[in-house]
Design a protein around this ligand. Structure first.
Ligand code: FE2
Length: 284
């Protein structure tokens, strides 16, 4: 399979999920990998699971699936906790057709912690060190640049745990952290035809800086790709985010997809989660 789509953090947002699948179909991609948090926050957790089941998608577990399976919500803020309790009720105790309910629950149990593919790429929700709870993203790069205590160590420990390429989600902000060896520094040209210099050590590139969101992978570099979120984006852009990994061209590409945000937000608001609905419309 030359082209793979990597999706994460749908969070029960059926409108965003369907819009992303439509775009994936239009790109002629058959191989889709989901890296967790299909449920939680949104109004259609069961329907989002049905979409993955229908397409037989390999999926790793997110912290929201883990919390629901273990019935352990202590790490979540009050509104997220309430949303998870509502989600569990929907999946386990609602009057849904018995077979459909069993299929959904079986799918939750089938989700893996990590998934390595045939190209050596690793897929997981949080971080290579802690798939469930650890955030690893742009904020860690900023801590590294400012030489904050433990920042380099955190990146080192996680980059030691994969070979070349790792896809994660969890913090809902798309971004690439690239580790470059000293003798292999290089320049890339951004969408404004300016140079971005990848220097030795860790570098951060946001997809919006890249022409068409495309980044060329180099054999000598290690790259962690945070794919952002389909259903609850948090980088001040409310459109759904996912990535395409082209294993022949050796590129990764961020895709931003618009969808009916107001419809998804109205359903969440109707359930009593006003703050979650507002976040969706603002992309926060
Ligand atoms: Fe999430």
């Amino acid at each position: 399979m030359a082209r793979k789509a990597i999706i994460s953090d749908m969070h029960g947002n059926l409108e965003a999920t369907i819009a992303v699948f439509k775009d994936i179909d239009e790109q002629n991609i058959e191989n889709i990998i989901c890296i967790g948090d299909v449920i939680g926050y949104g109004a259609n957790p069961g329907e989002c699971l049905d979409e993955l089941i229908k397409r037989n998608i390999v999926s790793t577990k997110g912290n929201h699936e883990s919390a629901i399976l273990a019935e352990c919500y202590e790490y979540f803020r009050p509104e997220a906790r309430r949303s998870l309790l509502w989600t569990r009720e929907q999946l386990y105790n609602s009057s849904w057709h018995f077979i459909r309910k069993i299929r959904r629950i079986n799918f939750l149990h089938s989700m893996r912690e990590k998934y390595p593919d045939e190209t050596g790429a690793l897929y997981l929700h949080g971080s290579p060190r802690d798939w469930k709870n650890e955030y690893l993203s742009s904020g860690d790069y900023i801590n590294y640049i400012y030489k904050r205590p433990g920042a380099k160590r955190k990146l080192d420990v996680n980059f030691e745990r994969f070979s070349k390429l790792c896809f994660n989600g969890h913090n809902h902000i798309p971004g690439l952290i690239i580790k470059v060896k000293q003798e292999l520094e290089r320049e890339i040209i951004d969408y404004q035809k300016k140079k971005i210099i990848l220097t030795s050590g860790y570098n951060l590139v946001y997809p919006k800086e890249l022409t068409d969101g495309i980044f060329e992978l180099k054999e000598e570099e290690q790259v962690l790709v945070n794919v952002g979120s389909v259903g609850q984006p948090r980088n001040c852009d409310p459109s759904a985010s996912y990535f395409i990994y082209d294993t022949k061209k050796m590129t990764v590409q961020c895709r931003r997809i618009s969808y009916d945000i107001l419809k998804a937000a109205a359903k969440i608001k109707k359930l009593g989660f006003r703050h979650l609905a507002e976040r969706l419309t603002k992309g926060e």
